[in-house]
Design a protein around this ligand. Structure first.
Ligand SMILES: Nc1ncnc2c1ncn2[C@@H]1O[C@H](COP(=O)(O)OP(=O)(O)OP(=O)(O)O)[C@@H](O)[C@H]1O
Ligand SMILES: [Mg+2]
Length: 256
C-alpha cells in the first residue's frame, strides 16, 4: 500500500520547506521508500534534499514532441516504452528517497498523447514506494494534470493572513471540484507557517467557516534562513530545530 501525500498553498508560503521536513521525518522515523515528486516548474526541491537534478518530465515531453515533429523519432520503438525508459533514467535515486521533477507544464502546442503516457508511467511508478510525496505549484489543477493518484492526505500551507486563508479556501474548493475528474483527496489539513503560539480567535473562526481543519502551526526558524544563505540542504536541519519539532508533531497528528 502506498500513502500519497500532497502539499499545496499560495506561492512562497513554505510548501517546499514543509515537503522537505516531511521527507526527513519519513526517512528518519518510518520504514519504506519515498518517491518525491517536484511539481514546481522551477524545480528546487532537489536543492532542499541535496540531490542532483539533470532531467525533468517536461523536458522529456518536449524532446519527444520535437523528435516526432521533425520525423526523427524511431518508429520501431513504441512511444510508451520509450517514455517509460526516459522517466526511469530521469529518476534521481537516493538512499531512501527517489526524486522526479515535473519541470515545465505543457505549452500551447500540447502533445497530449505523450502527456497521457507520462501520467500513466508516473502513476505506476508511485506504486513501488511506501510513500509518494508531491510538492506542488500554487494551484490544485496541477496535481490532477500530473498524476491521477488518489491523495490520502493534502496539506494546504498558508501564511498567517486572511489573504492566505482565502487562497487555502480556493484550493479546498478546487479539490472538491476536481474529485469529479479522477483526483480524489481523503483528508485535507490546513497548516499555518511562520507563526508562533496560539492564533487569534477571529482567524481560527475564519478558517473553520471556510471548512479548513487546522492541524498545527510552524514557527519561524532562524536556522532555515542560515541554510538558505549558504545553500546547505534543508534536510540536514538539526533535530533541535523548532520548525522540525513542530512539523513532526503535525505529521504524527495526521497519522503518518
Ligand atoms: N518556518 C520558516 N522559518 C523560516 N523561514 C521559512 C519558514 N518557512 C519557509 N521559510 C522560507 O521562506 C521561503 C519560502 O519557502 P518555500 O520555498 O518553502 O515556499 P514555497 O511555498 O515552496 O514557495 P513557491 O511557491 O515559490 O514554491 C524560503 O526562503 C524558506 O526558506
Ligand atoms: Mg516551492
Amino acid at each position: 500500500m502506498t500513502t500519497t501525500i500532497a502539499i499545496a498553498g499560495k506561492g512562497g508560503t513554505g510548501k517546499t520547506t514543509f515537503t522537505t521536513m516531511l521527507i526527513k521525518y519519513l526517512q528518519e522515523e518510518r520504514s519504506g521508500h519515498i518517491l518525491a515528486l517536484d511539481g514546481d516548474p522551477s524545480s528546487n526541491l532537489n536543492l532542499c534534499l541535496g540531490m542532483p537534478l539533470e532531467e525533468t518530465v517536461g523536458h522529456i515531453r518536449e524532446d519527444m514532441a520535437q523528435q516526432v515533429g521533425s520525423g526523427s523519432y524511431n518508429q520501431g520503438i513504441p512511444k510508451t516504452d520509450y517514455l517509460e525508459y526516459r522517466i526511469q533514467s530521469a529518476l534521481v535515486e537516493g538512499e531512501r528517497v527517489d526524486l522526479i521533477a515535473m519541470g515545465r507544464p505543457e505549452g500551447p502546442g500540447c502533445y497530449c498523447a505523450a502527456n497521457n503516457i507520462l501520467r500513466a508511467v508516473i502513476d505506476r511508478l508511485g506504486d513501488d514506494y511506501g510513500y509518494v510525496v508531491i510538492d506542488n505549484e500554487a494551484g490544485m489543477e496541477h496535481i490532477s494534470r500530473q498524476t491521477t493518484r488518489h491523495i490520502d492526505i493534502l496539506f494546504i500551507i498558508s501564511d498567517p493572513t486572511v489573504r492566505g486563508l482565502s487562497a487555502a479556501e480556493n484550493i479546498l474548493r478546487l479539490t472538491r471540484e476536481l474529485s469529479g475528474y479522477g483526483t480524489r483527496v481523503s483528508k485535507t489539513y490546513l497548516v499555518i507557517n511562520q507563526w508562533h503560539g496560539e492564533l487569534p480567535a477571529a482567524f481560527l473562526q475564519r478558517a473553520q467557516a471556510a471548512g479548513l481543519e487546522l492541524i498545527g502551526t510552524l514557527p519561524p526558524d532562524p536556522q532555515v534562513a542560515e541554510f538558505d544563505l549558504t545553500g546547505r540542504p534543508l534536510i540536514e536541519l538539526g533535530q533541535d530545530s523548532p520548525l522540525y519539532q513542530a512539523a513532526k508533531e503535525i505529521y504524527r497528528k495526521a497519522g503518518l
